[in-house]
Design a protein around this ligand. Structure first.
Ligand code: NAP
Length: 247
C-alpha cells in the first residue's frame, strides 16, 4: 500500500521538471493522476506513471485561463469521480531588471504563477468542500521570501502565492481541506538551465547544503504534504532549499 493509495491528484505543469517528478513520486505512492501542461505533450509522463501501476490521464490546459482551469478540474472529476489533491506547480519566469522589464513580462508571470494558482484552487475547492476533504499544495519559491535581482515579477507572483495559501487555508480549514505552499530553492530543471556557470557558482555559495536541489528532493516533500502524515498541517510554507532562505 502506497502512502497515497486510493487518492486522485491533479498536477499542473506536469510535462517536465518538478511537476513530472511529483507525478512520478505520487504514482510510486499509489495515487491516480490527472496531469496538465500548457502545450507540451504528456504522453511519455502518462506512460511512465501508468507503468508504475496507477491510472493516469491528462489534458492541455492554460492555468491562466479560468475556463480552461475549470474544464481540467471537471475532467479530472468526470474521469476519476473526485479530486483529492491539487498541486499548483505550473510556473514561468520572464526575468529582467526592473527598469527594462516590459509590461507583458510582468503581467504574464503574475497571470500564470499567481492567477493560475487562483483559477485552479477556486475550481478544485468546490468538489473538495463537498467531500469535506482535500489537499492543495502550491509550489512557490525561495525567491518569494528572499527576493532576487532581475525577478521582480517572479518574486511578486511567488510571494502572492504564499499570501493566497494562508488565506485559502483559513477559508477551507473548517471544510477539511488543507492548503500549504512548498518553496523550492534552485532546482536542476529547464527553468534553471539558463543560468551562467558564474551565476550558478555564486548561488551555490549561498546554499548551506552546497548544491542545487534535485527534482526528487522537491517531490519527496510534496508526497509528505499530500500524505496522512501532514493531516494537521495547513497554511505553512515548507522550504526545500538546502537552507538558502537563511542566508
Ligand atoms: P519547467 O521545467 O520550466 O516546467 C514548467 C511546467 O509548467 C511545464 O510543464 C509547463 O508546461 C507548465 N506551464 C507553464 N505555463 C503554464 C500554463 N500557463 N498553464 C499550464 N501549464 C503551464 O519548470 P520547473 O523548474 O519544473 O518549475 C516548476 C514550478 O516550480 C514552477 O512553479 C516554478 O516557479 C517553481 N520553482 C522552480 C524552481 C527551480 O529552480 N526550477 C525553484 C523554485 C520554484 P509546457 O511544458 O506545456 O510549457
Amino acid at each position: 500500500m502506497g502512502r497515497l493509495s486510493g487518492k486522485t491528484a491533479l498536477i499542473t505543469g506536469a510535462s517536465r521538471g518538478i511537476g513530472e517528478g511529483i507525478a512520478q513520486a505520487f504514482a510510486r505512492e499509489g495515487a491516480d493522476l490527472y496531469l496538465v501542461s500548457r502545450s507540451s505533450p504528456l504522453d511519455s509522463v502518462l506512460a511512465e506513471c501508468r507503468a508504475l501501476g496507477v491510472k493516469a490521464e491528462g489534458s492541455l490546459c492554460d492555468v491562466s485561463d479560468s475556463a480552461d482551469a475549470r474544464r481540467a478540474v471537471d475532467s479530472c472529476v468526470e474521469t476519476f469521480g473526485k479530486i483529492d489533491i491539487l498541486v499548483n506547480n505550473a510556473g514561468v519566469t520572464r526575468d529582467g531588471l526592473l527598469v527594462r522589464m516590459k509590461d507583458e513580462d510582468f503581467s504574464e508571470v503574475i497571470r500564470i504563477n499567481l492567477g493560475g494558482c487562483f483559477n485552479m484552487s477556486r475550481a478544485a475547492a468546490k468538489p473538495m468542500m463537498k467531500k469535506r476533504a482535500g489537499r492543495i499544495i502550491n509550489i512557490t519559491s525561495v525567491v518569494g521570501a528572499m527576493g532576487n535581482a532581475g525577478q521582480a515579477n517572479y518574486a511578486a507572483s511567488k510571494a502572492g502565492v504564499v499570501g493566497m495559501t494562508k488565506s485559502v487555508a483559513k477559508e477551507l480549514g473548517s471544510r477539511g481541506v488543507t492548503v500549504n505552499a512548498l518553496a523550492p530553492g534552485f532546482v536542476e530543471t529547464d527553468m534553471t538551465k539558463v543560468l551562467t556557470d558564474e551565476n550558478r557558482q555564486l548561488l551555490i555559495k549561498s546554499i548551506p547544503l552546497g548544491r542545487f536541489g534535485s527534482v526528487s528532493d522537491i517531490a519527496g516533500a510534496a508526497v509528505f504534504l499530500a500524505s496522512d502524515e501532514a493531516a494537521y498541517i495547513t497554511g505553512v510554507t515548507l522550504f526545500v532549499d538546502g537552507g538558502m532562505v537563511m542566508s
